[in-house]
Every structure is written in C-alpha cells, then in structure tokens.
Design a protein around this ligand. Structure first.
Ligand SMILES: Nc1ncnc2c1ncn2[C@@H]1O[C@H](COP(=O)(O)OP(=O)(O)OP(=O)(O)O)[C@@H](O)[C@H]1O
Ligand SMILES: [Mg+2]
Length: 239
C-alpha cells in the first residue's frame, strides 16, 4: 500500500490485450475533461515501447496524454517502459532490466497531487505478471482504485469476463462495471445481442456501455473532442 490519501479515479483493465483499454481510458478522460474535471492519466507500466529522442516511450501514454490534454511529462504518465511487446516480467528478464515498483508508486502519488481524478490504464489483462509475484491486480490494489473491465462483445466474452471478475474479486478489488468494446455493424449476432444480459446475471455488475466499432478510432489519434463525444455517447462514464 502506498502512502497518499485515498485517491479518486478508475483503473481500466481488460479481458485481453488489444481489447480497447486505451480507447476507453482516453475517452473517459476526455469526457471528464470536457465537463471541467481536473483529470490525470497514467499507464504505470508499458511494453513494446518505441524509441523517441534516445529513450523508450509508450504509445498508450502519448494517446492518454493527448486525450486528457494534460501537460504532465510522459515519464510521469508512464514511469516504466520496456522495449519488447511482452508481459513486463518477461520483457524485463529479456532486457536485463529490474522493475522497481517504487518508481510507479512515486509517479502515481505525484499525479494524484496534480489532479482530482485519475484514469489509469493497466497492461494486458488482470493477471499479467509485472515482476516476481506482482500481477496487474496488485497494481490496482496498491493504487486503491476501483476497476472498469473492458471486454469484447462477441462469442467467448462471457468466459473471459467471468474469469476476470472472479480474479479481481479474489483480490477484493471493487469493480464499477463492464464496457463491451468494438461491436461490429449489423447484422448483430445472437451472441452479441444476448451477452450483456447474461454477463450482468453472472457477475452482478452493470454493463456501463457498448462501444461500436468505428473506423475513426483506428490508427492515428482521434481528436479529443470526437473521442469524448463518441465514448460519452456510448458509455455511462458518470457511473
Ligand atoms: N471501438 C473501436 N472501433 C474501432 N477500432 C477500435 C475500437 N476500439 C479499439 N480500436 C482499435 O483497436 C486497437 C486496440 O485498441 P486499444 O489500443 O485501445 O487496446 P488496448 O487494450 O489498450 O491494447 P494494449 O493491450 O496494447 O494496451 C487500436 O488500434 C484501436 O485504435
Ligand atoms: Mg492500451
């Protein structure tokens, strides 16, 4: 546990990598910013960093920084960045780097002092190893933030989502709800149509929204206005 007063914010995790955590986190941050909240963003640990002016930077951190329109330095938003697109513990071993969680704790404490609400993106899914015995769930626990789980809307998501919820609950983490991301255009299949209700029944959690697939969310950074409006329309982010 770290020594700051209990922070306000949300920790965005997902049922998988490439599930839409950054898009949803950026959208929630942009929507909060648009209504005047002093929102901060963080990607505590990233892998698959890209070289920029001699050091590694996380594209997720760049996306979140732009979405929230904050002037915090990137190395505060993302204090730990590994080169290989692997689970952090594995990337660190391959690269001969040791992961010091104090760097993450200190950056988070500083960001909490600068902002009233923090939107934090995890890495991969909730059981991804960070170092030694530490998993993503431990980071959410250290930060004392409730979770938002991003899942896909189609066949297979019930299994992944129920497992993620059970794992989070085994850490006594509070879960605010689930967002289904990337719903394809019509025809909507039977699985997509029935999954939200079944997920609510099995997890006793609210589905806070279903975000459709939209070309404008692909590739380059969408403008913060569009992101906040699009996510704001499809997610009950106030909840
Ligand atoms: N609703 C959507 N419509 C269209 N494209 C989307 C949507 N959501 C996400 N994407 C695209 O899918 C890819 C993965 O999304 P995103 O980067 O948000 O996932 P992630 O869970 O943060 O991945 P990672 O585990 O690498 O952090 C990105 O290229 C993003 O632009
Ligand atoms: Mg991401």
């Amino acid at each position: 546990m770290i020594s700051h007063s209990t922070p306000t914010g949300i920790f965005i995790t997902g049922t998988d990598t490439e599930i839409g955590k950054t898009v949803v986190a950026g959208g929630v941050a942009a929507a909060l910013k648009a209504v005047g909240v002093n929102v901060g963003v963080m990607k505590p640990i990233a892998s698959g960093g890209v070289e920029h002016e001699g050091h590694l930077v996380s594209e997720d951190a760049i996306f979140l920084k732009r979405a929230a329109q904050v002037d915090d330095p990137l190395d505060l938003i993302n204090p730990l960045c590994l080169r290989h697109p692997l689970a952090p513990s594995v990337a660190a071993a391959v690269e001969g780097v040791s992961i010091d969680l104090r760097q993450i704790d200190e950056a988070f404490a500083q960001l909490c002092q600068r902002h009233d609400f923090m939107v934090v993106e995890g890495i991969g899914g909730i059981a991804v190893p960070i170092c030694e015995e530490v998993l993503v769930a431990d980071i959410a626990q250290r930060f004392q933030l409730p979770l938002l789980i991003v899942a896909r809307p189609n066949l297979g998501t019930i299994n992944h989502t129920v497992l993620t919820v059970a794992f989070a609950r085994s850490y006594s983490l509070e879960i605010r709800g689930i967002v289904l991301n990337g719903l394809r255009e019509e025809p909507k299949g039977l699985a997509e149509a029935t999954n939200p209700k079944e997920l609510e029944r099995l997890t006793h959690l609210p589905i806070l929204g279903t975000v459709p697939f939209d070309e404008r969310l692909q590739g380059d950074m969408p403008p913060p206005d569009f992101l906040s409006q699009f996510i704001g329309e499809h997610i009950d982010w106030r909840g």
